[in-house]
Design a protein around this ligand. Structure first.
Ligand code: ACO
Length: 322
């Protein structure tokens, strides 16, 4: 049996930090409301001209250095994003050229906040099947570019950033299973109303912006994440106690706590970055993973459960021995 094992992790955040106190000057909100309802205290925002590919490149370089791999060894790049630099080429192709990994397969996956889990699952199949021997998997976003900064119900939630991992074949252990789901019937609860084929302005003449019915999204997120963690444990015949670390999508501390309760895990075993990063969509899980690895909390051999939920709706999980 060949597994795909994470050989190295990396992440990158833009320099600029936007605090809740600053948001109080933009919209009718308060630090207290944001912190209580979401757990967010600050987020990072890309500088003018700084793009998703810029963040992705930095995260990728750190993951490659941690894994000890050169660009010439990479034979697959899969990048999860819902905020690509351009309509085409894909952000994966832009990053490939900067790294000098030219020639290998490179493509983007759009699954909103589940983008990294989808990208990881695709790359896992390539590595397990023997098609790729060194895969770079990235989640990178500049959500700040698609926010309506006068809409308090969405602009306080999101941030920018990127995370990456290098996957290599391993005979012993690595990713044990991935579980992906989607239900397009929920598209009206969380979406961006414009695009190439639908037109760059909607009927109200609005451009890009996140449209979200927050409390309905919240309820479905808690329910589907409960189901996917149960599915993951059942598929591997493992009890809840087998999980060393939960590395969840960082949208809302209350959603994270609900999943932890379901798993009967103390919050000390849950990696939380939402307080400092906000919701960085496809970047949130690899950012949290990299932080936990670099801080020495997650160690080689630990059993990790990764999960995410986002627009589509999409959701998914990955169980792996690190
Ligand atoms: N500051 C102050 N008040 C606010 C703010 C704000 N920033 N935003 C909304 N409110 C008000 C509302 O207007 C409402 O006021 P009302 O009662 O007078 O009508 C009140 O607060 C409650 O609003 P709710 O939307 O019911 O608040 P809720 O407790 O549900 O929290 C939140 C909102 C934080 C958005 C929550 O629902 C949530 O986190 N939802 C899930 C988000 C998510 O997981 N998204 C998936 C990933 S995103 C992606 O894929 C791109």
């Amino acid at each position: 049996m060949t597994y795909a094992r994470i050989a190295g992790t990396g992440s990158h955040l833009p320099e600029r930090v936007l605090t809740n106190a600053e948001l109080e000057t933009l919209v009718d909100t308060s630090d207290e409301w944001i912190a209580e309802r979401t757990g967010i205290r600050q987020r990072h925002i890309a500088a003018p001209g700084e793009t998703t590919a810029d963040l992705a490149e930095q995260a990728a370089r750190k993951a490659m250095a941690a894994a000890g791999v050169e660009a010439a060894e990479i034979d697959l790049i899969v990048l999860g994003t819902t905020t690509p630099d351009l309509i085409f080429p894909s952000t994966a192709c832009l990053v490939q050229a900067r790294l000098g990994a030219n020639g290998c397969a490179a493509f983007d996956v759009n699954a909103a906040c589940s983008g990294f889990l989808y990208a990881l699952s695709v790359a896992n199949q390539f590595v397990r099947g023997g098609v790729a021997r060194c895969a770079l998997v990235i989640g990178a976003e500049t959500l700040s570019r698609m926010l309506d900064w006068s809409d308090r119900s969405t602009c306080v939630l999101f941030g920018d950033g990127a995370g990456a991992v290098v996957l290599k074949p391993d005979a012993e252990t690595g990713i044990l299973s991935t579980h992906l789901h989607a239900d397009g019937a929920y598209r009206h609860l969380l979406y961006n109303p414009v695009g190439v084929s639908a037109g760059f302005r909607d009927e109200k003449n609005h451009g890009v912006r996140v449209m979200m019915t927050g409390n309905d999204v919240f309820k479905v997120a808690v329910k589907t994440l409960d189901a996917v963690v149960e599915e993951t444990l059942a598929a591997n015949g493992l009890p809840k106690s087998a999980i060393d670390w939960l590395i969840p999508h960082q949208a809302n501390l209350r959603i994270i706590a609900a999943t932890a309760r379901r798993l009967e895990m103390p919050m000390e075993r849950v990696v939380v970055t939402v307080d400092r990063h906000g919701n960085t969509s496809a970047a949130s899980v690899p950012l949290a993973l990299d932080e936990a690895v670099r801080s020495g909390r997650v160690r080689r051999g630990d059993m990790l459960l990764l999960e995410a939920f986002g627009g589509g709706f999409t959701w998914g999980s990955a169980l792996l021995r690190f």
